[in-house]
Design a protein around this ligand. Sequence first.
Ligand code: ATP
Length: 453
Amino acid sequence: MPTDLVTMDKIVSLCKRRGFVFPSSEIYGGLGSSYDYGHYGVLLKNNVKNQWWKAMLQERDDVVALDSAIIQHPRTWEASGHLAGFTDPLVDCRTCKLRFRADHLEQSACGRKPSKHPGETPDCDLTESRDFNLMFETTVGPVKEEGSTVYLRPETAQGIFLNFKNYLQFSRKKPPFGIAQIGKSFRNEITTGNFIFRTREFEQMEMEFFVPPDEAGTWHQHWLAERMSWWTSLGLRPDHLRLRAHDADELSHYSSATSDVEYLFPIGWSELEGIANRGDFDLTQHAKFSGQKLEYVDTATGGRYIPHVIEPAAGVDRAMLAFLVDAYDEDQIEGEQRTVLRLHPILAPVKVAVLPLVRKDGQPELATDVYRELRDHVQAEYDEGGAIGRRYRRQDEIGTPWAVTIDHQSLEDRTVTLRDRDSLAQVRVAIGELVDVIRGRLGEPWRSPKLDT
Ligand code: ATP
């Protein structure tokens, strides 16, 4: 299987080496499962988010955007059920002092004998399981007093429900319509790990789609298909993606049906996105707790109802990890091993690198002009340092789909070579046509070359 080549260790090391992701607070010894995104990580994450906005907003007429506060009124979490029910069962081991999710013992390693699961060795001494709330608590105001406790949101969704009424009034939308938002969420996860797959601070891309109750099933199917096709359109290999419907005992307290989009990570099939039919649970709860009417009134007929909600909820960090894993490849060029990220060009942090062949004879000057022209249109990078082969390797490793090389001929006829990251084909292009050629290539459909190996 092609993924055998990719291990989490290789991804972690490339991410650090090339400035995608760094362990957070490293000079203080690090803070477990907390990461900082470096230059290329920021660019890649932004591209993922932009593609999500494009699919959710730009290409539709029925979804609008929101950016709600991270700290909401604490009643929000009473109404949503998070205060009482957003818990994981945890056990402590009195011997190794580690804490585990009671429902993840099979996937966890014993603190003293990592080849065994917690509870498997005679010396393991696990406590009874108890419920642990995953919300981070803090206080507002200078004094910690009653009523000052607030929570960092564990999902972005609730901010959308809290604004439902505003949106009915200002947006002139009526069901079916959606409200989308991207933002940070926080969960005090008991077992983190697997790099950026599960962290305590992460970013979500969530959309709540409000529909007439009798249309909920149809819209759920619609969003399952839409979301699967979004992931594949951005290059994820279809044989590494699947939809898995939750069993009845897995469903969240609010959900009548949920399917997960799962990706075949090096750690096995794992959730990328959950697509839930939340029914009228959230609006009903917030209506009850706030005393406000959260319903749609049809002014023509006078009919009123509480819309049902379909929610596609994806993680930005997990998405980035899936794209990196799917893109990672190694091959041989002229007997030398190369590491290359075969990212969809639309996601690649840098679209084009501009490289003078040598640092003399007017080449750096012409290359700088070409670079300045290109960077007005796409994310470009100029690099004149070191052997040309090494500069190509560096760009391959960060997934740059095209490299423009300025050589002695460029000064004579104002043409350059355009090198393709995947096919390694080099063609000569007139400098005056470069922007159009690159834009044209960016607009073409793309298919992972890993599908052909
Ligand atoms: P899991 O079962 O993996 O804990 P979940 O079902 O609790 O995830 P949701 O509440 O459905 O997750 O959140 C939607 C998406 O947010 C997930 O599909 C995932 O991509 C992302 N996500 C959730 N928790 C985390 C986390 N701790 N770190 C990174 N991403 C996360």
